[in-house]
Design a protein around this ligand. Structure first.
Ligand code: ATP
Ligand code: MG
Length: 351
């Protein structure tokens, strides 16, 4: 068996973490009897600055033939985010119908949380973020600034199809886990989209009588991600709220450098994309100290999505074992003084 993976290392620390993670995916594959072939696409801000576009016009067609995509990070301090987002990340997520964004926030054994009293094992949240519509939808020209630049309009779109997909995925995960699902909205202030969303959660919940649903407004949820993160299990929310909550989740579990994510096409018609939650982090680019573990864990989610569960688990367990070992190398974001490469080399030995 051989899988064909597209690599988009991207900007800033993206290439560093992808180059550190890929040998580990190859090692996990070799140990479990399958091959990985990769094709590297040097798309990103450098291409934009030289050629005027983050990726080629036929970029999606090129990616479509691959089994999965591993992305590092995109973004550049000199280029506005809307160019980097709309030029690469969002077209892939939307074009490939990657409507499910899965983001675990786990406090691993051996990792310090900035929260008082929390230890490894105390936090294990799985956020399902709707990934292709909601507050990030593009409703073709409705959005605008007008009235002599004194007014701007920005809409959000929730479709039954998109909302049902993310909600079902979350209920499925809650069924496999503890049977508890937190639905995060802002229904008291956004009476159309978010009430529609709540209605769909209620409808779908009838198919899952064993899952207990808790409703929280996003302001309360943000507070509770810090006040009582141990009480969350599966969380489902819209695109914007998921974006924000998963940054909180990443930081309360020790570092942005540990948070993985999966952008999944539930219909499986297109390749899914895996990427660390963190961005291009130009403040540490080129220093060789970026934490590669978020990308390695994203790689584990990629293998799992391809159906290679044992290889995925081996990779995940190697990370978890390394973090639990107080003698193992750590990058500075985790309080250590080791390099990206030293962390990756230690993982390869564990594998
Ligand atoms: P974006 O605009 O996409 O959010 P960013 O450049 O602001 O990207 P973030 O991912 O938000 O970067 O990260 C915030 C900070 O966290 C970074 O500036 C960096 O100091 C730290 N950080 C992020 N990822 C890592 C990593 N893999 N290893 C070490 N530190 C990291
Ligand atoms: Mg940021």
């Amino acid at each position: 068996m051989s899988y064909d993976i597209a690599l988009i290392p991207g900007d800033g620390i993206g290439p560093t973490v992808v180059d550190a993670a890929m040998p580990l995916l190859h090692a996990a594959a070799a140990a479990h009897g399958f091959d990985i072939e990769t094709t590297r696409y040097d798309w990103g801000t450098e291409r934009y600055l030289n050629e005027g576009a983050m990726m080629p016009d036929d970029g999606l067609d090129t990616l479509a033939s691959h089994d999965a995509i591993l992305l590092g990070a995109v973004g550049h301090p000199d280029v506005p985010d809307h160019i980097t987002l709309n030029g690469l990340l969002l077209p892939i997520r939307k074009g490939f119908d990657q409507s499910i964004c899965k983001r675990p926030a786990i406090l691993f054994d051996g990792v310090d949380s900035p929260l008082k009293g929390y230890e490894g094992g105390d936090i294990d949240i799985l956020v399902f973020r709707e990934n292709t519509e909601g507050e990030y939808a593009d409703v073709g020209g409705r959005e605008h600034r007008g009235f002599a630049n004194e007014v701007a309009v920005q809409s959000a779109v929730y479709t039954r199809r998109g909302t049902e997909r993310i909600v079902r995925a979350a209920f499925d995960a809650a069924t496999e886990r503890s049977g508890h699902l937190t639905n995060v909205t802002k229904s008291n202030a956004q009476a159309h989209g978010m009430v529609f969303w709540d209605d769909i959660v209620d409808e779908v919940s009838e198919e899952y009588p064993d899952v207990e649903v808790e409703r929280l407004l996003v302001d309360a949820a943000s507070m509770d991600f810090i006040r009582r993160p141990h009480e969350f299990d599966v969380v489902v929310c819209s695109n914007l709220f998921g974006d924000i909550l998963t940054d909180i989740g990443a930081i309360v579990t020790g570092s942005m450098g540990l948070a993985p994510s999966a952008n999944i096409d539930p219909g499986n018609d297109h390749p899914s994309m895996f990427e660390p939650v963190h961005g291009s982090a130009f403040d540490i680019t080129g220093e060789g100290v970026a934490n590669p573990l978020a990308t390695v864990l994203s790689g584990s989610m990629l293998l799992d999505n391809l159906g290679e569960e044992t290889a995925a688990t081996a990779l995940w367990d190697a990370v978890s074992e390394q973090l639990a070992d107080s003698d193992a190398p750590r990058t500075p974001d985790l309080g250590g003084d080791s390099t990206t490469d030293a962390v990756a080399a230690d993982l390869e030995e564990r594998l």
